[in-house]
Design a protein around this ligand. Structure first.
Ligand SMILES: O=C(O)CCC(=O)C(=O)O
Ligand SMILES: [Fe+2]
Length: 368
């Protein structure tokens, strides 16, 4: 009988063994839970309330002129489902390299020279740098993180300044349906293991994180989706290894709560505020540090003559000596990105990043 009827039961058992259990999405609603499950930290009420509100109004006004990014995906043009812009910090705004890098920021599209941080963004940046530095001093550092000087902030502080922001990317999501899809941020000018500080203003939206499970663990476990609600005036810091291990997105929602700013706008009539002004927009500002050793003029070009983008090999990771998480990647690739703007046609150029041969550094872990 066994010869006539194959043993499906044992096949089924095998299949069950190959599929790791899936867990439902988990909402991480407190800073403690976020720090437990992810390489991110959440800081609520990060700016003085009046400054957060002033910055929201300023960016909302600016966002009228922001663009939707457009790029080629396979054989069609796609448009980002939100508006976006890029800023360079005043102290860097004469730096030719910074402008060049910003021109190629996001999808290899050439854009006008980026404007400097508006005054409220500059003021917010000081608060944010303090929070980021205090947090980074408590954390383990990765060998490939930037280990050089951060320019003098002009402040007389005895505490070491590890991180500063010299550029910022800003997004405006209008209504519940505007979104950004799953991605990890390009490392082209940030270098490996960047720290990115992401400020939320306006309506509360969900930030979603999902780990990219390494190939050799695919059969044992599946990725879990984490939902993190981001309220007005909260800062989520994507610490080193977030871009190497996780993808993030802002998904479309069915509904959102309108944002009622606690202070009137300097741009509108006072009566508008008194009659209950409310906004359906979320403004996000990601403060970033463009590394001097990944400056635009040092980025390899592909055969199309366009600067490459830098990506980690997220699927092959190992543990650092003391780490419980498998959070080290062995490889980063420089690859052609011309296709995103050039009718979808790029070249197949790629090469593994070699930090010594390319003369990059100094790094946290080893000197140049
Ligand atoms: O809006 C957000 O919180 C995320 C934005 C983002 O991922 C990006 O600009 O790269
Ligand atoms: Fe991002």
């Amino acid at each position: 009988m066994r010869i006539l009827r194959p043993d499906h039961a044992s096949e089924e058992r095998e299949k069950v063994k190959e599929t790791p259990p899936r867990f439902p999405p988990l909402t991480l609603a407190t800073p403690t839970l976020i720090a437990q499950h992810t390489p991110c930290t959440l800081h609520t009420s990060v700016l003085p309330a009046e400054l957060a509100c002033r910055l929201f109004y300023a960016m909302l006004a600016e966002s009228q002129n922001w663009q939707r990014n457009k790029w080629w995906l396979f054989d069609r043009v796609v448009e980002s489902p939100h508006r976006t812009s890029f800023y360079v910090r005043q102290s860097e705004s004469k730096d030719e390299d910074m402008h060049q890098a910003a021109q190629y920021w996001y999808n290899g599209r050439q854009v006008a020279p980026p404007p400097p941080f508006p005054p409220a963004m500059e003021a917010a940046c000081d608060f944010i740098e303090r929070v980021v530095n205090a947090e980074m001093r408590k954390r383990k550092r990765f060998p490939l993180e930037w280990g050089g000087e951060t320019a003098d902030t002009g402040e007389n502080t005895s505490e070491q300044v590890i991180w500063r922001a010299n550029v910022a990317a800003s997004n405006c999501y209008e209504g519940a349906k505007e979104s950004v899809g799953y991605h990890s941020d390009q490392l082209t000018n940030l270098g490996p293991y960047p720290t990115i500080a992401s400020l939320s203003l306006g309506t509360s939206r969900t930030f979603r994180l999902r780990e990219v499970v390494p190939l050799d663990e695919k059969e044992e476990r599946s990725a879990r989706t984490y939902n993190i609600p981001l309220q007005h005036n909260s800062l989520i810091i994507m610490h080193a290894s977030t871009q190497e291990m996780y993808k993030h997105c802002i998904p479309p929602q069915n509904a959102i709560d309108m944002f009622h700013p606690p202070f009137p706008s300097p741009y509108d009539e006072k009566e508008d505020f008194e009659s209950g002004f409310a906004s359906n927009c979320r403004i996000n500002i990601t403060f970033r540090f463009y590394r001097p050793d990944f400056k635009a003029s040092s980025i390899p070009k592909c055969r199309c003559g366009v600067p490459c983008i830098l990506r980690p090999d997220m699927k092959n990771r190992y543990s650092s000596v003391d780490g419980e998480r498998k959070d080290m990647v062995a490889k980063y690739w420089w690859t052609c990105y011309a296709g995103a703007q050039n009718d979808g046609k790029g070249c197949d150029f790629w090469k593994v990043m070699d930090v010594h041969q390319e003369g990059r550094g100094p790094f946290v872990g080893f000197s140049k």
